[in-house]
Design a protein around this ligand. Structure first.
Ligand code: XMP
Length: 479
C-alpha cells in the first residue's frame, strides 16, 4: 500500500527570511556558480532545451551574459550540430559584414535603406571596399534632400578606426576616449574588415563576464535523448566541441538513462560534461551520481507548459525536490539545475537557496527576439509561441522530422501544452533585470555569494493570507 512520505512545497509556499547584512549595495554580490562539475558560470541562468527557447541565438546571448544555453534536440543531428557550430563560431563582438553604402547615393535613399535594415549608421566605402567614412541618422536628419552621402558623412580623416588584429579592449578604450558608438575595423590598405559597436560591448558586460571554453569561444550545451540515434548524435556534437551533453528525458531515474550515462562517461571521460535529468528524488540523485553525472537536472512537472502532474498524477513540488536532492548532491559536490516552474527572480533566489547551483528557464526566456519562432499578432498583441516538448504539436513536429506521418494521435498521451505568450523584446534586457533581482535577493539574506546563501538562508512557510499579501499586486509582472 502506498504511504504518504511527507509534505511537498514549492516556490509560492515559502519566503526567504531577511538576515543581518553587511553588504552596502547589491553590486557587492557575486553570482559565480557552476553549471556542471567543471563548467563555471558567472550568472546562474541556463536556457531550456525546448524548440521555442534555445537554438544558437539564445545560446549566444546566454553565454555572453555569463550563463549557458542548451540547444534542443528536436531537429536533425545535422541541424543541431550546425546550431552548436554557430555558437562556437560566433565572433561575439565583431560584426563581420557591416552594412555599407556608396558615397554618391542621395541622403533620402540612405535614410530609406537604414529604415529597412533597422540600423542607425552605415559605413561608406568605395568600389574597392576602402572605408571613406560613416554616415549616421543624425547626419541625415539635418541634410538637404539633394545632398549626397559624401556631403554629410564623417569622412575618413576625422574617423577613428581600429586596425585589424587589435582586440576588443582597444576598441572600448577608443570608444571611451572619443565618445563613439561605432568603430570600423580596417586592414593595412584601409579596407573594411568589420565593425564594433559600443552597444554590443555593453550588452556583454551584463553579468560581468562571458562563459567561455578553453579556447576562448562561447560555451554551449546540447540535449540528447536515450533512444534511436542518441549515440550518433552525441558523437556528432562532440565532433564540433560541444561543452556539455544534457541527457534530456522526462524521467531519468531509469536503467536506460544509467546505461547511457555510463557509456557517455566511458566514451568521453572529462572532455564533455554530462548532465542527467530530470529527476525529483534523492534516490535518483544517488544512482545518477554513481553512474557519473557531472550535474543533475531536477524537476518533474513544475514547468509552465507541462501537464505531467495532471496527466500522470506524478511529481514532487519543486522546492522540496531541490532541497531533498541537494542533501545528497552536496556530499558529492555535484551541482543541481532547478528546472521548471520559475516565474520571477524571487523564485530563482528561492531555488538557489534551496540548494540549486543554477536554474533552467523556459517561460521567462520564451517570447524574446532570441527565442526561435516568428512574432505573430494574437488578438492585437504581438506574441510568440511557447510549447511543451511533450505537447501534441511538438510531437507532430518531431515525428515528421523522422519522416513519419503522425496520422493517428489517439494514443499519444500528451504531457504538455502549447500557448502564445506576449512578445518580450531582447532577452538581454530580461537577463539584466533578473540578475539585478537575484542580487537584491542575496543582499536581503546577507549573502555575498552562493556559498553564503546556502549557509544563511532560512525559509518561512506562508499561509493563505500571506500568499494574498505577497502576490495580490495591482501590476502583473514577470520579474
Ligand atoms: P518553465 O516553467 O521555465 O519550464 O517554462 C521549462 C521546463 O519545462 C519542462 N518541459 C516539459 N515538462 N511536459 C512536461 O511535463 C512538456 O511538454 C514539457 N516541455 C518542457 C522542461 O524541463 C523545461 O526545461
Amino acid at each position: 500500500m502506498a504511504k504518504i512520505i511527507g509534505e511537498g512545497l514549492s516556490f509560492d509556499d515559502v519566503l526567504l527570511v531577511p538576515k543581518y547584512s553587511e553588504l552596502e549595495s547589491r553590486s557587492e554580490v557575486n553570482l559565480e556558480t557552476r553549471f556542471t562539475r567543471k563548467i563555471k558560470l558567472y550568472i546562474p541562468i541556463v536556457s531550456a532545451a525546448m524548440d521555442t527557447v534555445t537554438e544558437s541565438s539564445m545560446a549566444i546571448a546566454l553565454a555572453r551574459a555569463g550563463g549557458i544555453g542548451v540547444i534542443h534536440r528536436f531537429m536533425t543531428i545535422n541541424s543541431q550540430v550546425k546550431e552548436v557550430a554557430k555558437v562556437k563560431r560566433s565572433e561575439g563582438l565583431v560584426i563581420e559584414k557591416p552594412y555599407t553604402i556608396e558615397p554618391k547615393i542621395p541622403v533620402s535613399h540612405a535614410s530609406e535603406y537604414m529604415d529597412r535594415l533597422g540600423v542607425s549608421g552605415l559605413v561608406v566605402i568605395d568600389y574597392d571596399g576602402r572605408v571613406l567614412g560613416i554616415v549616421t541618422r543624425r547626419d541625415l536628419m539635418f541634410a538637404d534632400p539633394n545632398d549626397l552621402v559624401e556631403d554629410v558623412m564623417t569622412s575618413r580623416k576625422d574617423l577613428v578606426v581600429l586596425d585589424e588584429g587589435r582586440n576588443i579592449k582597444d576598441a572600448w578604450e577608443l570608444m571611451k576616449q572619443h565618445k563613439l558608438e561605432k568603430i570600423p575595423i580596417v586592414d593595412k590598405e584601409g579596407r573594411l574588415k568589420g565593425l564594433v559597436t559600443a552597444k554590443d560591448i555593453l550588452k556583454r558586460k551584463i553579468g560581468g563576464s562571458s562563459t567561455l571554453d578553453s579556447k576562448g569561444r562561447l560555451a554551449v550545451a546540447a540535449a540528447i535523448g536515450v533512444r534511436g540515434d542518441w549515440l550518433e548524435r552525441a558523437m556528432a556534437l562532440y565532433s564540433v566541441e560541444v561543452d556539455s551533453l544534457v541527457i534530456d528525458v522526462a524521467h531519468a531515474h531509469t536503467r536506460r538513462v544509467i546505461e547511457v550515462l555510463k557509456k557517455l562517461k566511458n566514451e568521453f571521460g572529462d572532455e564533455v560534461q554530462i548532465v542527467a535529468g530530470n529527476i525529483a528524488t534523492p534516490e535518483a540523485a544517488e544512482d545518477l551520481i554513481s553512474a557519473g553525472a557531472d550535474a543533475l537536472k531536477v524537476g518533474i512537472g513544475p514547468g509552465y507548459v507541462c501537464t505531467t502532474r495532471i496527466v500522470t498524477g506524478v511529481g514532487v513540488p519543486q522546492l522540496t525536490a531541490v532541497m531533498n536532492i541537494a542533501e545528497v548532491s552536496k556530499l558529492y559536490d555535484i551541482p543541481i539545475i532547478a528546472d521548471g516552474g520559475i516565474r520571477s527572480s524571487g523564485d530563482i533566489v528561492k531555488a538557489l537557496a534551496a540548494g540549486a547551483s543554477t536554474v533552467m528557464l523556459g517561460y521567462i526566456l520564451a517570447g524574446t527576439d532570441e527565442a526561435p519562432g516568428r512574432i505573430v499578432v494574437v488578438n492585437g498583441v504581438k506574441s510568440k509561441l511557447y510549447r511543451g516538448m511533450a505537447s501534441v504539436q511538438a510531437y507532430i513536429n518531431r515525428v515528421s522530422i523522422d519522416g513519419e506521418d503522425p496520422y493517428d494521435l489517439s494514443y499519444y498521451a500528451s504531457e504538455g501544452v502549447e500557448t502564445y505568450i506576449p512578445y518580450k523584446g531582447s532577452v538581454v534586457d530580461i537577463i539584466k533585470n533578473i540578475v539585478n533581482g537575484i542580487k537584491s535577493g542575496f543582499s536581503y539574506v546577507g549573502a555575498r555569494n552562493l556559498k553564503e546563501l546556502w549557509e544563511n538562508a532560512t525559509f518561512i512557510k506562508i499561509a493563505g493570507g500571506a500568499f494574498k499579501e505577497t502576490y495580490s499586486k495591482p501590476v502583473k509582472g514577470l520579474q
